[in-house]
Design a binder for this molecule. Structure first.
Ligand code: HEC
Ligand code: HEC
Ligand code: HEC
Length: 124
């Protein structure tokens, strides 16, 4: 084996050894997610292009506001979070309000992305 090739292989192996743990550090989401409520839904579930939003929105924590940046990412409807069908003022926002406040407010502010009911709930 040529010496230069040998050196390249060693360098490549070292790069991989350092790069791989970093790659696996951020929890990976599916590219597209069907969002379902923890109760009987009135609307068709919303199809959310997650991979696209990772590029559109610079910070994961804009949406995953309780995430510490290293642990597993919790579902928005995890226990103690946005599980309720309805909620009073001062309580943790309901499932619907949490999503509408997040998704619709940003699309309105950016003047881009779906804003009408049927644009997000196509079969509803
Ligand atoms: C525009 C909002 C938004 C942004 C930005 C975003 N996510 Fe998400 N992510 C979501 C939503 C909504 C879900 C679905 C949560 C659920 O099912 O309750 C999700 C789900 C996930 C899941 C799967 C969690 C599970 O329930 O198994 C992971 C992992 C994840 N996101 C990681 C990330 C990382 C890492 C980033 C940044 C690179 C990021 N997300 C950026 C909205 C976002
Ligand atoms: C912080 C800003 C932000 C948040 C939060 C956000 N979006 Fe978006 N979204 C965008 C922008 C910007 C676009 C427009 C992309 C374009 O047209 O180039 C978009 C586009 C979309 C599209 C159309 C994608 C396409 O391929 O045409 C869907 C569907 C969508 N968003 C769903 C959601 C849902 C559901 C949520 C909440 C879970 C959400 N978005 C939260 C910024 C956001
Ligand atoms: C930007 C996208 C978006 C728009 C626009 C939007 N919604 Fe939603 N809505 C969601 C998301 C995301 C959820 C939570 C996930 C799910 O229900 O699939 C949700 C949840 C709901 C729920 C609770 C779940 C259910 O099916 O019972 C209702 C009801 C609802 N939306 C009605 C509406 C109505 C009515 C409009 C128009 C006035 C509207 N939404 C506009 C994204 C949107």
């Amino acid at each position: 084996m040529k010496k230069s090739l040998m050196i390249s292989l060693v360098v490549a192996a070292l790069v991989c050894a350092f790069a791989l743990p970093n790659l696996s550090a951020a929890p990976k989401a599916p590219a597209d997610i069907e969002l379902k409520a923890p109760f009987k839904m009135r609307q068709a579930p919303v199809q959310f292009p997650h991979a696209a939003h990772e590029k559109l929105v610079p910070e994961c924590t804009t949406c995953h506001h309780e995430w510490d940046g290293k642990s597993e990412v919790q579902s928005c409807a995890a226990e103690g979070c946005h599980v309720a069908k309805r909620a009073k003022k001062g309580e943790t926002p309901s499932f619907k309000k949490a999503y509408h406040d997040l998704c619709i407010k940003c699309h309105r502010a950016e003047k881009k992305g779906p804003m009408g009911c049927k644009d997000c709930h196509p079969k509803g």
